[in-house]
Design a protein around this ligand. Structure first.
Ligand code: TEU
Length: 546
């Protein structure tokens, strides 16, 4: 068993500050807004907040383009507000995990302003520059994640700089020792302010070798992460989660293995990508395949059974609303939202709740491209339309999988704009706020919120939920997700129906008999019979009665 750390039994909650709570009516959420809603989060029982970027930024990518790592964007507040958030959260036993975006900076960071003006300044070396090809074009034909080439020319220095994302997000050159020292010092500066850790944006890109065209998990990645650990993290009781779109079960333990001294856990996306079209990508709808999804999910349970630790999530600010994508946001919305939670929160790892998930918020239903705000969606629309894709076809895909679904304002009440702002929100509020909102959910005797609260508490109070070994049951079943957890003589079994039909399955004798229910969506049960009958999207979690 690992030495117990505070985050082994804690649940995280992601706040996307722009869309959480607006205190001053400018249509954009802010830090005072978050402070005013801490009661909601402490009622839920979370242990820490992962706060998406609040740093100074031109907001081309909603703050994932930082122009000053030691200041707060004025639309979100001030450093004093941030200190107050850290202190007020701390009083409620909630840590603040900040987003660390150091694969790239904003093109408006002072470093880049200097770097693009002259080759003869130290900051020039903080970014990745290459001479033009013989024909004056870019060094190679690499494409950027948000569309267009990954190289942009700067006449002042006669060179191209590399940007994995948009041209407004130049990649930092981690090969440069002085740059690394600046980043480590900035991280210590934040930790000294009392934050509880970092979620590290696209961290697996920092070891890249652009000349070899290796971007993800490049040759220097783990050397840099170990150096960062030594220079910044060692001896501090903080939580680090690395985001990686490339990590696999082959490489996972390199990041979070117990003796690696790198990170505590990674956000990995294999289960998410199962829902994307293999060739056409995220904007091409594809029916959800539960068996493939389970394979990905449980492969990581197996990987982290003896070593490492896992970060559990279905939603974040880059993904659609989970109840819409994986289940049903119509007639079965409430039970379906609870069932997704039952599954995720009873696995081994540290679960993350994305704002609004705890009341079953759904995807938007945008009809026009101008209702979208996200640069990824907008740029891919342009590119795909130019390639001859019909606008309606693209919009159908975007309505399923755009990043903006998770970015519509948090729905607090049935007041105008869901109580998010007294002004005009930066992106449209989902019109279903009149029915789906925090006040309405809490007023319901079987609220989704109460289900989440129960699950979060189960992890705190039951050794087996935190540390039990996971074994998948019925892996080939196309409608039911099932597993058991075991610790010593203790056992929990979980059954979840992912379909909108009643499902009946024969249970082996060893799973039948009297039970004590820990969580359920329909009715608490006293026994499991030889024929398990599950209503549409029903789930139950129980332990054999002693
Ligand atoms: O996302 C990582 C990333 O690779 C995304 O571009 C991802 O592929 C995309 O969102 C899937 O649709 C992180 C942040 O979470 C994201 O918000 C930022 O835009 C991105 O890094 C750049 O910082």
């Amino acid at each position: 068993e690992p030495t117990e750390r505070w985050w082994h039994r804690a649940t995280g909650y992601q706040v996307y500050p722009r869309s959480f709570a607006d205190s001053d009516g400018d249509g954009m959420g802010d830090i005072p807004g978050i402070i005013s809603r801490l009661g909601h989060l402490s009622d839920l029982g979370i242990g820490f907040i992962w706060l998406s970027p609040v740093y100074a930024s031109p907001m081309i990518d909603n703050g994932y383009d930082i122009s000053d790592y030691r200041d707060i964007a004025p639309e979100f507040g001030t450093l004093d507000d941030m200190d107050q958030l850290i202190a007020s959260a701390r009083e409620r036993g909630i840590g603040i995990v900040m987003d660390l975006v150091v694969n790239h900076s904003s093109a408006l960071h002072d470093w880049f302003k200097a770097a693009r003006a002259s080759r003869d300044c130290p900051e020039h070396g903080y970014y990745i520059w290459r001479d033009p090809a013989a024909d004056g074009g870019p060094p190679d034909d690499a494409r950027a994640a948000f569309g267009g080439p990954a190289w942009t020319f700067v006449p002042e220095v006669g060179q191209y700089y590399f940007h994995y994302f948009s041209p407004a997000q130049p990649d930092l050159n981690w090969q440069n020792r002085a740059l690394r020292a600046e980043i480590y010092e900035m991280m210590r500066w934040w930790l000294d302010r009392g934050i509880a850790g970092f979620r590290m944006d696209v961290i697996s890109l920092i070891g890249k070798d652009v000349d070899a065209r290796i971007y993800e998990e490049g040759p220097d990645l783990h050397r840099f992460l170990q150096e960062m650990h030594r220079e910044v993290l060692s001896g501090r009781d903080v939580l680090t989660i690395g985001e990686s779109w490339s990590v696999s079960t082959e490489t996972g333990l390199l990041y979070c293995g117990r003796d690696r001294d790198e990170l505590d856990m990674v956000f990995e996306f294999s289960h998410i990508r199962e829902g994307w079209h293999p060739e056409l990508g995220k904007f091409a709808p594809k029916p959800f395949d539960l068996v493939a999804f389970k394979r990905a999910l449980f492969a990581w349970q197996d990987l982290t059974s003896e070593d490492g630790w896992h970060a559990l999530f279905l939603s974040n600010h880059d993904l659609p609303r989970q109840v819409s994508f994986y289940a049903d946001d119509g007639a079965h919305r409430c039970v379906a939202a609870k069932t997704l939670a039952t599954v995720l929160h009873l696995l081994k790892g540290t679960p993350f709740v994305y704002q609004g998930e705890e009341i079953g918020m759904t995807n938007a239903r945008f009809e026009r491209i101008d209702q979208y705000r996200d640069l990824e969606t907008l740029n891919h629309f342009e590119e795909q339309i130019a390639q001859g894709v019909e606008p309606e076809v693209f919009l159908a895909g975007a309505n399923r999988n755009s990043r903006d679904h998770s970015r519509t304002p948090m729905q607090w009440s049935a007041a105008p704009q869901g109580g998010f702002t007294t002004g005009t929100p930066w992106i449209e509020t989902n019109p279903n706020f009149t029915e789906i909102n925090v006040e309405a959910d809490l007023a319901h005797p079987e609220s989704i919120f109460a289900h989440y609260r129960r699950l979060i508490r189960l992890r705190q109070e039951n050794e087996i939920v935190a540390f039990g070994q996971t074994t998948q049951l019925m892996p080939d079943d196309p409608e039911i997700l099932a597993f058991e957890r075991r610790l010593g003589g203790d056992r929990i079994v979980v059954f979840a129906n992912f379909s909108d039909r009643v499902q009946t399955r024969a249970l082996p004798a060893e799973l039948t008999g009297p039970v004590h229910c820990l969580a359920w969506t329909h009715a608490e049960r006293e026994a499991l019979a030889g024929d398990l009958v599950l209503a549409p999207f029903e789930s139950i979690a129980c332990r054999p009665a002693a």
